[in-house]
Design a protein around this ligand. Structure first.
Ligand code: FPP
Length: 254
């Protein structure tokens, strides 16, 4: 009986794409995809199985976001701190961009998606770098959704890098500190050509930012869910956007 109750779903509480498209669609959605390891553990599978399932979810979410008219989707695929994981797990995670793009690049091209990355590419293995650079190259003229992979990305390193570059430009006389404002500083960040995220989603019940887009998230709406990333469905994205549409964004005003 309990099983049956658990299976029961109230369809009237589900959102359709059409419902959501009647409201404001966030231009930029950023996602901290968390819970792959726990998803695998619950099934007595290796952690890599969770990451693999999570990779497939990235594909589905990209498709729905693009259909809804989202302009940019940034996904936290590997942080500067993730190098601390066991060697085999790191190696597996570094193979995923190749597998993802090897499998889905033709569809992404067909859907007019533009692939980008942000993060320190210098530390990536050659095979990972080749896969993402090839995808960026193949999709550079696409003007649909920007799928931005945060890969070996850390926000503090990003901000520090920006400050160092700025100090260098100051030394060379190419920047006037009296004229430097927030927009000017933003051009030193890895997101220089992107709008700030409107909506941040983090899965798996963790309520923290984990060094993700600290500057860019200043006025972003946050939506946290207990759902583990490999279990994340279209309905969860629609729900997150619905909640976003019900929030009042005042940017510090009244
Ligand atoms: C966090 O879950 C997840 C990651 C560090 C990796 C995220 C990567 C993917 C979702 C694969 C997508 C990649 C591409 C290139 C499409 P966790 O491992 O920390 O989970 P846990 O907290 O339950 O252990």
């Amino acid at each position: 009986m309990l099983g049956k109750l658990k299976m029961w779903k109230d369809k009237s509480k589900e959102f359709t794409k059409e419902d959501i498209m009647r409201g404001q669609i966030p231009n930029h959605i950023a996602i901290i995809m968390d819970g792959n390891g726990r998803w695998a553990k619950k099934r007595a599978l290796p952690r890599s199985a969770g990451h693999h399932e999570g990779m497939k979810v990235v594909r589905k979410v990209t498709k729905l976001a693009n259909d809804l008219g989202v302009k940019t989707l940034t996904v936290y695929a590997f942080s500067t701190e993730n190098w601390k994981r066991p060697k085999l797990e790191v190696e597996y995670l570094m193979k995923l961009p190749e597998e993802f793009l090897g499998t889905f690049l033709p569809e992404l091209i067909e859907e007019n998606v533009q692939v980008r990355t942000m993060g320190d590419k210098s530390a990536l293995p050659k095979h990972t770098l080749n896969a993402v650079e090839n995808a960026m190259n193949e999709t550079r003229n696409n003007d649909g959704l920007i799928l931005n992979f945060a890969l070996n990305y850390g926000s503090r390193a990003e901000i520090l890098g920006a400050v160092k570059q700025l100090a260098n430009d100051y030394k060379n006389g190419t920047v006037d500190l009296d004229c430097l404002n927030e927009d000017g500083f933003s051009t030193y960040l890895m997101t220089r050509n992107l709008a700030d995220p409107d909506l941040l989603i983090r899965t798996s019940g963790e309520i923290r930012l984990s060094n993700f887009m600290l500057w860019q998230l200043a006025y972003t709406e946050f939506w946290f869910t207990d759902v583990l990333w490999p279990d994340f469905k279209d309905q969860h994205l629609l729900e997150a956007i619905k909640v976003y549409q019900q929030r009042g964004r005042r940017y510090g005003g009244v």
